[in-house]
Design a protein around this ligand. Structure first.
Ligand code: ADP
Length: 394
C-alpha cells in the first residue's frame, strides 16, 4: 500500500503518522510517538481505529538521541509490513519570510531552512534532523516540508512588523505567526461544513499546550497572536504569552540571570505552570480546589478575551469564533468562560450543545456563531505532501 509518513520531530519526542493513499484521498493507518528520547524512551502507537499496535519502553542508551529514535520508529514501521513509502511529510516550524507554502525538499531548500535555525533555535534543528537522515538513507524518496509559518505569510507588512528599526525587519525580525497548519486545516474544514461562515470573519482559537489565535478573513489569515517566536500572544502551558520586553531586561540585568536561564523560564517555567505553581495541564487546574489554579485560569480566560477583541478589531467585526486543539476541543468549562467574555460581540452560548461538544455551540439567535472544530495538522501535512508529489490517487 503506497503511503505517506508524517513526521513531527521535537527535542525529546518524535511523533509520526502513516496515511495510506487510497481512492478518494488519504486514510490514517498508524498514529504514534516516541517520547522521553535520551531519558525514559517509550514508543506507543495505535492503528486508525485507536487500537494499540505497540507500547514499549527502551533503555536510555538504546534511544539516546533523535537519529536513534528515528531508527527505532523505522524498525517498528517495517515490522508492521504492507506499507511502501511514497513520500515523507515533515512539520517544520519555520519557513522564514520566503516560504508561503509547503515545498519539496532538495539540498538548496534544506540549506535555506538551515539558515532559519537562528530564528527558531529550539525547534528547527530537531525538525531538520530527520530530513537530513532520510536524504542520506533514501535519497530518492520525496520529502516535503510543511511550515507553521507559511499560512500567515499573506499578512500585510504593516501588521507583521515591530516598531523597531526597519533594518531588523529586513533581517527577519518579524511577526511570523505559528500554528499555521492547524489554521489552514480549520479554514478548509469550515469551507466544507459551514461555507457561509468560512467566507466571513472568523477568529480561530488554537488552545493546546501551545496556544494562539488567528483572524481569518474569507479563509485567509490576516492576523495572529504569535509573533517572532511561539512565545508571544496567549498564556500557554509553560510559556507566558505577551510579555513586556522590559521584564526580560530586568531578569538579565537586575537579577543577573543567564540567557539560558531566562530561555528556560520563558519556554518551560511560565504560563499556567509558572502562574499556578501547580501544573501546566489545564485538566489539573480545572479539577483543582487550590485558589492558585483558579487564578491561573482567570488569567488565561482574561488574556484570551483580550486577544479575541484585538482580532475582531483586525477583522472589522466577527461572524464566528472557533475553538480547537486540546483545551478548545475538550474543555466545556474553559469554552464557556471565554464565550461569556464574547457576549459584548453578540455571542450567546448554548450550554447543552457546549457540554456535548457539538459543532455549533451557540444559540440560534447568537449574532456570532460559536463552534468546536477538531484540528488535524498531520492530515494537513499529508495532503500537502500528496499534492506536491503528484501521486495519482489510485
Ligand atoms: P499540543 O499543543 O501539545 O499539540 P494538544 O493540542 O493536544 O497538545 O493540547 C494538550 C493540552 O490540552 C493539555 O496540556 C491539556 O492542558 C489540554 N486538555 C486536553 N484535554 C483537556 C480537558 N478535557 N480539559 C482541559 N484541558 C484539556
Amino acid at each position: 500500500m503506497r503511503s505517506i509518513l508524517v513526521i513531527n520531530a521535537g527535542s525529546s519526542s518524535l511523533k509520526f503518522q502513516v496515511f495510506a493513499i487510497v481512492e478518494g484521498g488519504l486514510e490514517r493507518r498508524v498514529r504514534g510517538q516516541m517520547d522521553g528520547v535520551g531519558g525514559r524512551p517509550r514508543l506507543k502507537a495505535s492503528d486508525g481505529d485507536g487500537e494499540s499496535l505497540v507500547d514499549r519502553a527502551y533503555d536510555a542508551a538504546e534511544v539516546a538521541d533523535l537519529p536513534a529514535a528515528i531508527d527505532a520508529v523505522q524498525a517498528f514501521l517495517r515490522s508492521l509490513g504492507g506499507f511502501t513509502l511514497a513520500a515523507i511529510g515533515h512539520r517544520v516550524v519555520h519557513g522564514g519570510p520566503d516560504f508561503t507554502d509547503a515545498v519539496l525538499i532538495d539540498p538548496a531548500v534544506l540549506d535555506k531552512l538551515s539558515h532559519y535555525q537562528d530564528l527558531a533555535p529550539l525547534h528547527q534543528p530537531n525538525n531538520l534532523a530527520p530530513i537530513r537522515l532520510a536524504m542520506e538513507i533514501a535519497p530518492d524518496l520525496p520529502q516535503v516540508a510543511c511550515f507553521d509559518t507559511a499560512f500567515h505569510r499573506g499578512h500585510a507588512a504593516h501588521t507583521d512588523c515591530y516598531a523597531i528599526p526597519r533594518k531588523l525587519y529586513d533581517e527577519g525580525v518579524r511577526r511570523y505567526g505559528f500554528h499555521g497548519l492547524s489554521y489552514e486545516y480549520i479554514a478548509e474544514r469550515l469551507r466544507a461544513v459551514a461555507p457561509d461562515i468560512a467566507a466571513g470573519r472568523v477568529v480561530v482559537a488554537h488552545l493546546g499546550s501551545g496556544a494562539s489565535m488567528c483572524a481569518l478573513a474569507g479563509g485567509r489569515s490576516i492576523e495572529s497572536t504569535m509573533g517572532f517566536t511561539a512565545l508571544d500572544g496567549l498564556p500557554m502551558g509553560t510559556r507566558p504569552g505577551q510579555l513586556d520586553p522590559g521584564v526580560v531586561l530586568y531578569l538579565l540585568d537586575q537579577k543577573g540571570m543567564s540567557v539560558g536561564a531566562v530561555t528556560d523560564l520563558l519556554y518551560r517555567g511560565s504560563g499556567l505552570k509558572g502562574l499556578s505553581g501547580l501544573s501546566n495541564d489545564m485538566r489539573d487546574l480545572v479539577d483543582s480546589d487550590d485558589p492558585r489554579a483558579a487564578f491561573a485560569i482567570d488569567h488565561f480566560v482574561h488574556r484570551a478575551a483580550l486577544s479575541a477583541g484585538q482580532l475582531a478589531a483586525a477583522l472589522g467585526g466577527l461572524d464566528a469564533f472557533v475553538f480547537t486543539a486540546g483545551i478548545g476541543e475538550h474543555s466545556p468549562v474553559i469554552r464557556a468562560r471565554i464565550a461569556e467574555r464574547l457576549a459584548w460581540l453578540g455571542a450567546e452560548l448554548d450550554p447543552a450543545a457546549n457540554e456535548a461538544g457539538e459543532l455549533v455551540i451557540s444559540t440560534a439567535g447568537s449574532r456570532v456563531a460559536l463552534m468546536v472544530v477538531p484540528t488535524d495538522e498531520e492530515l494537513m501535512i499529508a495532503r500537502h505532501t500528496l499534492a506536491l508529489i503528484g501521486d495519482p490517487v489510485a
